[in-house]
Design a protein around this ligand. Structure first.
Ligand code: SF4
Ligand code: FES
Length: 258
């Protein structure tokens, strides 16, 4: 297979970027998309050119490091698939592909197709954890979890933090990601003591990071490689509204008591 690639090249966050055309020859249909880029990069390196920068780590669809736009679609044309698990047999000989980084104010470009997703780390640091002692492994087995809740938690925990949901959203909202993390912990018994605070702090941090608000467009769900459902956003909103009212009630109560 032979492909024409138009790749966004940008030396740093502050430098101007532009699309550059490359010829990808001898593409094996069994290569992953990232392996195809590895070959292009080898040729660029041999010529003394700067290789195309992109993120990857596990290349098994589990770490969340990879991801960029292929012809305007986050992670490319195959549903429920990270770009590291996308294979070249999905494309045809002669295809022309446009590769661009995630575009969102909260994800500044580091170089070429690699962006800084530190904003996600700060949302997690704001509340995406359990700080009460959860006991040892045998204790985990004696805390009964309803099967339905275990499944909701497991589905939400599948989020790998890749950022495709933000890139696909016209509002650059992080609601699918934040909702997945809030849901994952909020339906488990160990997550209850901090549930209210967690929703307040994580939603506030997402807003502080310049992510937009959710307007129920659903592009996030369509591109999510882990097929996280929009329901997690409803759960996040419910926890957030409930905790907002609880904290307002508490401050009104302390005000009248003082
Ligand atoms: S919700 Fe889906 S698209 Fe968004 S960060 Fe998690 S895995 Fe990626
Ligand atoms: S490199 Fe780990 S999910 Fe793609």
């Amino acid at each position: 297979m032979r492909l024409t690639l138009h790749v966004w090249r940008q030396k740093s966050a502050k430098a101007p970027g532009r699309m550059v055309q490359y010829d990808a020859r001898s593409v094996n249909p069994d290569m992953s998309f990232l392996e195809m880029l590895d070959v292009v990069n080898e040729e660029l390196t041999l010529k003394g050119d700067d290789p195309i920068a992109f993120d990857s780590d596990c290349r098994e669809g589990i770490c969340g490091m990879c991801g960029f736009m292929i012809n305007g679609v986050a992670h490319g044309p195959r549903r429920g698939t990270t770009v590291c698990q996308l294979h070249m047999r999905k494309f045809k000989d002669g295809d022309v592909l446009y590769l661009e980084p995630w575009r969102a104010r909260a994800f500044p470009v580091i170089k070429d197709l690699a962006v800084d997703r530190g904003a996600f780390d700060r949302i997690i640091a704001a509340g995406g954890f359990i700080s009460v002692p959860a006991g040892s492994a045998p204790d985990g087995n004696v805390i009964l979890v309803p099967k339905q809740n275990a499944e909701i938690a497991m589905d939400a925990a599948a989020c790998i933090g890749c950022g495709a949901c933000v890139a696909a959203c016209p509002n650059a909202s992080a609601s699918l990601f934040t909702g997945a993390k809030i849901t994952h912990l909020g339906v488990l018994p160990q997550g209850q003591p901090e549930r209210d605070d967690r929703a307040l702090r994580m939603v506030a941090q997402a807003a502080a990071e310049s992510f937009g608000s959710c307007t129920n467009i659903g592009e996030c769900e369509a591109v999510c490689p882990k097929e996280i459902r929009l329901e997690v956003i409803a759960r996040m909103n419910r926890d957030f509204i409930k905790s907002s009212w609880t904290s307002r009630g508490a401050s009104a109560g302390s005000g009248s008591g003082g």
